[in-house]
Design a binder for this molecule. Structure first.
Ligand code: CS2
Length: 453
């Protein structure tokens, strides 16, 4: 037996589930990148907001690169479970918010029609850092962008403009500094090149608020799914497993309405920057450090790396002495406590969060996780030894060729194997040379590597 609308009634009573009339909800959100993170985070919030009485915010999830989520969810009528794992045990909830799952390569016309439909009011994104197709200098790589969401979204926006429809909100939920501004700038660039007639409409009617998303969602494994099947008495191929912590801080600047996410725990603010900066530099910065240094020390999971006293001390140093001073906190934001809470979250053994999952795409992640912190210290002439160790571990990781999963894999591996360490940095960050912010720490890092040789 497999989870679906037909079998829903047979689930054990203790499995929490949506209570709204699912069939009556119009699709108000199209989401690009319907991976495990979206299902355990934004879809989970939206599902609960609809339970609280919000209407017409059902989600159409779009996969850009593979059919696998459609294969998992379409036979289940879009239903799946989120299992939250904490020290007190696990809790299961069936999510009904995802009404439709489409695959970009097969269903392009249907995706454009969904976004162009007057019922759609938000297009959201978890396409990962590389999905935005930025050049090193932060502009749009128009060639790579052809393969991402840009052509579908551009066409749909042009149709909305031509039909004189209301605007739409583009909501980035990826780990990028100032993600809304970045998305708006890149989309504008795409429209200038490809949909110039709709550019004015886009600028006047659409918004792109920034948001900070936080929930640790390891990749689901066969073992997770079999244990869940034994518990539920039915299979759920789309199941996701996560921690009980969750945070979503959103700039409240929506073009055409939004779900009442604040009723179910999201924080609506005027300025996301302090939260986003703390999350990227402290949580994600420490995560990347633990990934490269932890793999080098023979660990497999985050909870093992953080239990290693040497690595824990360095991760703590990275957060408290390197990242923290570089952040201007929002009123009431307690960054010391944040760091301690992060150590506790990293210690959760039931998550089994693989270090190699975090280690992928270093070239896309590390600029916003490490470089801004290094730059701040550089301006004070102070060293950042934990991040420096992280860089060295990353270089060694790249030198071990077979395990590198990165869009610049070939360039990284070649440079990492070279004896000149600064050549590695040239290749990783050399393209950033013309952006003021990255240039200084890049020069700085080069000099640290040089002096260490
Ligand atoms: C992790 C993040 O894979 C990674 O690079 O650092 O996915 C992290 O788990 C999330 O940002 C937590 O919110």
């Amino acid at each position: 037996m497999r989870l679906s609308l037909r079998t829903l009634h047979a689930l054990p009573q203790d499995a929490d589930r949506f209570t709204y009339d699912r069939g009556a909800q119009a699709i108000g959100i199209v989401h690009f990148g319907i991976g495990a993170f979206h299902r355990a985070h934004q879809a989970w919030y939206t599902d609960q907001a609809m339970d609280e009485g919000d209407r017409d915010w059902a989600i159409c999830g779009v996969s850009l690169r593979s059919r696998s989520v459609a294969d998992q969810l379409v036979p289940q009528d879009g239903l799946y479970t989120v299992t939250t794992r904490s020290g007190e045990g696990a809790q299961v909830r069936v999510i009904g918010a995802v009404r439709e799952v489409l695959f970009a390569l097969d269903d392009g016309a249907a995706i454009v029609a969904r976004i162009a439909d007057p019922a759609c009011r938000i297009v959201s994104f978890t396409v990962t850092e590389k999905g935005y197709c930025r050049t090193g200098a932060g502009d749009l790589n128009l060639r790579l962008a052809q393969e991402s969401f840009y052509p579908l979204l551009g066409r749909a926006l042009a149709q909305r403009a031509e039909a004189g429809l209301g605007g739409i909100t583009l909501l980035s939920c990826d780990n990028l500094a100032d993600n809304g501004t970045v998305l708006h700038r890149l989309m504008r660039r795409w429209m200038m090149e490809n949909e110039p007639d709709a550019l004015d409409w886009f600028e006047t009617h659409c918004t792109a608020p920034s948001s900070m998303v936080d929930r640790i969602v390891p990749r689901s494994t066969d073992k997770d799914r079999s244990a869940l099947q034994a518990q539920l008495g039915m299979a759920d191929e789309g199941a996701v497993f996560t921690e009980d912590f969750s945070q979503w801080v959103i700039e409240d600047r929506f073009a055409n309405g939004r779900p009442s996410w604040e009723k179910v725990g999201a924080e609506m603010v005027c300025d996301v920057v302090p939260y986003e900066t703390a999350k990227l530099r402290m949580l994600n910065g420490a995560h990347s450090f633990l990934a490269y240094a932890g793999l080098a020390a023979g660990h497999e999971f985050v909870h093992q790396a953080i239990a290693d006293p040497q690595l824990c001390a360095l991760a703590r140093r990275l957060m408290l002495e390197e990242a923290l001073p570089s952040i201007t906190a929002a009123p009431g934001q307690d960054l010391d406590r944040y760091a301690e809470e992060l150590i506790v979250r990293f210690n959760n053994p039931s998550l089994r969060h693989r270090l190699d999952q975090i280690a992928m795409d270093g070239s896309q992640k590390l600029p916003q996780r490490w470089l801004d912190t290094v730059r701040w210290h550089w301006s004070q002439d102070a060293p950042t030894p934990a991040i420096r160790k992280g860089f060295e571990a990353w270089r060694q990781h790249c030198a071990r060729n077979s395990c590198v999963d990165d869009p610049f894999k070939d360039r990284l591996v070649e440079a990492a194997q070279s004896t000149d360490r600064s050549e590695f940095l040239d290749i990783c960050f050399g393209e950033y040379g013309d952006t003021q912010s990255i240039w200084s720490e890049y020069v700085f890092l080069r000099s640290i590597f040089k002096s260490a040789e």
